[in-house]
Design a protein around this ligand. Structure first.
Ligand code: GFB
Length: 309
């Protein structure tokens, strides 16, 4: 993939796509193709065909997706399954039809069974029932992996799939209810501090365990894998360590300077009890994350302050 290669970054305005775009530009790639949602609706089959026919990209990073936290996944499940399936089918099919050399598809750690042995190995896929709150999203993402594998099997396409753990960082969605836990709590703790509130209520019991990866590290892993990984099997991207939601809430409170009480609303869902990826395959290729949580949270909070104000 030389620096003049024509690369389509699908989803370049999202958390992941914007980080991949920054990573490629930092490396000198100057022929990137990007489209906003208004310019190209990836769920529209004809529009995607027309786009690929006109632009003929050589490489694709498929980071476009309908995403959200535990509440959004549960509440908008029809949109999550429909939009993600349509985006994947349209982009992957057109990539084949218009001769894309290589495509990298981004999945999610929620593809694994709810009670998969921890840390979760790539082989755990399709070995048990999914977590109900994000079943729609997980089924769509599993389909994306299978699309890549089937296009490889039947047509010889070099399409690879990566499964990131829970992500955070600049460009995140700080919606008070539809976001993931880190951006959601950054906003809640910040607002509580500003309003001088004595208490912040977080969702669930605080006992689930999650692994968090800074999005620039994910973008770096995607870039490296685009260069060197050519297998049909998907590959996990994470840090290899996790913590409780209670612990991450404490860290976010400290980052934002909120010093009041943290309460837990157990009427809200916990989701999967633990989500920790086995990253030995990735480590075996020589890649390790660089940004530790404390540092990443600080940058994420600065990003929030810039964009929120
Ligand atoms: O980040 P989150 O929505 O993703 O929630 P999941 C993680 C945990 O944080 C859950 C708790 O146990 C939540 O109950 N939590 C506490 C909160 N307070 C909050 C809050 O204010 N907002 C949010 N969002 N959570 C998602 C999937 O699951 O993981 C997606 O729904 C995707 O499909 C993503 O795969 C990576 O880890 O539970």
């Amino acid at each position: 993939m030389d620096t003049s290669a024509k690369i389509f970054v699908a989803g370049h305005l999202g958390l992941v796509g914007s980080a991949i775009r920054r990573r490629l530009e930092a490396q000198g790639y100057h022929n990137l193709i990007v489209r906003s949602y208004e310019e190209l609706d990836l769920t529209n089959q004809q529009a995607v065909h027309d786009f690929f026919a006109a632009e003929q990209p050589q490489y694709v990073f498929l980071a476009a997706a309908k995403v959200g936290g535990i509440r959004a996944n549960d509440l908008y499940s029809a949109q999550f399954i429909y939009e993600n399936l349509m985006i994947e089918c349209n982009v992957i099919n057109c990539a084949w039809r218009y001769g894309v050399k290589k495509l990298l598809f981004l999945g999610s750690s929620c593809i694994y069974p709810k009670l998969a042995p921890q840390p979760m190995k790539e082989e755990s896929l399709l070995t048990g029932l999914l977590e109900s709150t994000n079943e729609a999203y997980a089924i769509a993402k599993i389909s994306g992996i299978k699309l890549c594998q089937m296009y490889r099997k039947q047509y010889g396409c070099n399409y690879i799939s990566v499964m990131p753990t829970n992500l955070y960082g600049p460009g995140d969605n700080y919606h008070p209810e539809d976001s993931h836990v880190i951006p959601g709590l950054i906003r809640r703790f910040h607002e509580a501090k500003k309003q001088g509130l004595a208490e912040v209520v977080c969702w669930g019991t605080g006992s689930p365990r999650r692994e968090f990866l800074y999005v620039n590290d994910l973008a770096d892993a995607c870039f490296q894998l685009m260069l060197l990984y050519n297998e049909a099997d998907h590959i996990n991207i994470g840090t290899g360590t996790d913590m409780t939601i209670r612990e991450i809430a404490d860290m976010i409170a400290a980052t934002t300077g909120f010093s009041g009480r943290i309460a837990w609303d157990s009427s809200k869902p916990d989701g999967t009890p633990q989500k920790l990826l086995d990253v030995s395959k990735l480590h075996g290729l020589g890649w390790h994350h660089k940004t530790e949580l404390k540092e990443g949270l600080k940058i994420a909070y600065e990003d929030f302050l810039k964009r929120y104000q």
